[in-house]
Design a protein around this ligand. Structure first.
Ligand code: NI
Length: 174
């Protein structure tokens, strides 16, 4: 396992549509191990491979992190696709490890059904609601090169991206 660097917006690599994996082999399982280590170290609840500069359709999540002292509950999704979504939409506040320290309300489908391959290369389907639904839609967005700030007003988005760019310059100069 290895800790990877999380890309921070604005970064062109976060805007690339990721490639399908096809078959889940040991290299993909190793990638997911690195992603978990990186996500846990950053106190995140979800991470998509493009966020560490790997253009593959791979997601890891662990929503148990939301509850203090809860045992870890790692979830792995390869080549996930939304096969159904509810008409009902709900707003919720979102953040992202690639958009650090900024949060905004995003409206998403209340419920989705996701088809994906698991770590054993078996096709699975999962019905998602609540935080699970929000998180999986947010992470699948990453595979399309979409960030949560792409769902908010352009005014608010450019303000956030400008601040992140400025923080990068300050960090580079330090
Ligand atoms: Ni994110």
């Amino acid at each position: 396992m290895a800790l990877r660097e999380i890309l921070v917006a604005p970064d062109p690599r976060l805007k690339i549509k990721a490639q399908p994996v096809g078959r889940v082999d040991q290299s993909i399982r190793d990638l997911m191990d690195d992603m978990f280590e990186t996500m846990y170290a950053a106190n995140g609840i979800g991470l998509a491979a493009p966020q560490i500069g790997v253009s593959k359709r791979v997601i890891v999540m662990d929503l148990a992190r939301e509850k203090e002292g809860a045992p870890p509950r790692p979830m792995r999704f390869v080549d996930p696709e939304i096969v159904w979504m509810s008409d009902e939409r709900v707003p919720g506040e979102e953040g992202c490890l690639s958009v650090p320290e900024h949060y905004a309300d995003v409206e998403r489908a209340a419920k989705v059904r996701v088809r994906y391959r698991d770590e054993n290369d078996e096709v699975q389907e999962l019905d998602c609601e609540g935080l699970l639904s929000v998180c999986i839609q947010h992470e699948i967005d990453h595979l399309e090169g979409t960030l949560f700030v792409d769902h908010i007003s352009s005014l608010k988005r450019s303000m956030i991206l400008r601040k992140l760019q400025k923080a990068k310059r300050i960090k580079a100069d330090a």
